[in-house]
Every structure is written in C-alpha cells, then in structure tokens.
Design a binder for this molecule. Structure first.
Ligand code: FES
Length: 74
C-alpha cells in the first residue's frame, strides 16, 4: 500500500510532522548531543520532533500503545 505523505491515509504512522517532505530523515552527531542523555521521539506525536516531548504518554493512554523514546547517550 502506498500512502501519499501529504494525505496521511489510514496506514500513515506520521500524523502531521513535516508532511511537506517526501521522507522525514534526521541525523545526530553523538559527540554534539546537548545533554548526556537525550530522548528522541519514536511515536511521531512530539511537538519538538525529532526530540521527545512526552507526547507518547498521551498517545499510549488514548490507544493502548506502548511506544517510547530512543535514548541517546553521550
Ligand atoms: Fe514521541 Fe516521546 S513524544 S516518543
């Protein structure tokens, strides 16, 4: 199934982050992390994407899902 990013079909994981891009890609230089432990979003609901802002808690409560961030350690 091909889902156009700008339409956000029923199979879309990303509800609204950077929908003008064909593919959302981020890179991280580990030695330049601002904090010793930095959480990166994997639920696609963060208002600070690609960083986690805790929005996964609300998503998990609403859906019964169990997603959480990727923690990058410096
Ligand atoms: Fe998406 Fe935390 S906000 S994993």
């Amino acid at each position: 199934v091909v889902v156009k990013a700008e339409t956000g079909g029923v199979n879309s994981i990303n509800p609204d982050i950077r929908k003008n891009e064909d593919k959302v890609v981020d890179s991280v230089v580990l030695s330049e992390l601002a904090k010793p432990l930095t959480p990166y979003c994997r639920c696609w609901r963060s208002g600070t994407f690609p960083l986690c802002d805790g929005s996964h808690v609300k998503h998990n409560k609403a859906t019964g899902d169990n997603v959480g961030p990727l923690l990058l350690k410096k």
